[in-house]
Write a protein that binds this ligand. Sequence first.
Ligand code: AKG
Length: 301
Amino acid sequence: MEALARLRLEPLADSKPLISEPERLRERAAHDGFLFFRALLPNALVESLRACVLDYASRAGWLDSSYPRAAARAVAGKRVGYYQDPDWVSLQAHVQSRPEMWALGEAAAIHSVLQAVDSRSSYLFLSTANTCRVFSAHPDMATQPHQDAHYVRLMQDFWTAWIPLGDCPQQLGPLALLAGSHQGGLQPHSGAGIVDGGVSVSEDAVWSTTDFRCGDVALFRPHTLHRSLPNCSADTLRLSVDFRYGFWSGSAAVDWRAAQMIAATQASASTHSGTPRRSPSSTRRVLNRWLRFSKQLHRSV
Ligand SMILES: O=C(O)CCC(=O)C(=O)O
């Protein structure tokens, strides 16, 4: 509790009421570098992945079996959360192959919000950058302040979604974000990872956080400084997942069939002796409509 008391905190504002006002949503995102949505996701989607992670935790010997599994009580003294721990790495391999993980990452509500904020269709970046985190109640193992842009190098323009796998009150060590920090560019990071390294931030910094509940989502930019609060519960594991989303660029061919059809149409228009039934430009218009539809379809699967 002492480690938590030392941090200066302010409450995250709920942006859910702004979803129908994209202009204000964009303004808030541009100002703060993050958005928080209370109860954005159906609980069942979150709880399915939570059950899957707790099943793994039980098999890995992290859970105190004298409590119901759903309580996520850790074996006394067990330290969980290090990237270097083979069981923690196996958890990543485990969730990567679970439909529950990708069902949550592809939640329509997340894509809809990203579309509202960015006016472009988003896609879930399928990669090991999507991480499931389990932290035991050891305050020294909290995630240190850092920017995702330092660690995720394959994409530049992305949003991260942080999702607690169940209720995550402040004493369980949820995410905290530094408003406006995305405007300062990439900062020097020390160490090899986010538990034993990161960015040094003034003790006066005021971190935005909340008592997260099941179904809540925090979205933030690659340069937004964020951290976790220390897990100050007596013995409960903190469970969360974070996903990365990119955007379809307006000009990119998202479907190889479109490229082939455009090439075939152009070839036929230049060799056809009679009048083509459709001019190349009208064909392109039809194809563009189809491409837009195909992008939307991709978002909804
Ligand atoms: O969950 C955490 O403790 C850290 C999450 C994080 O750093 C991220 O989502 O990028």
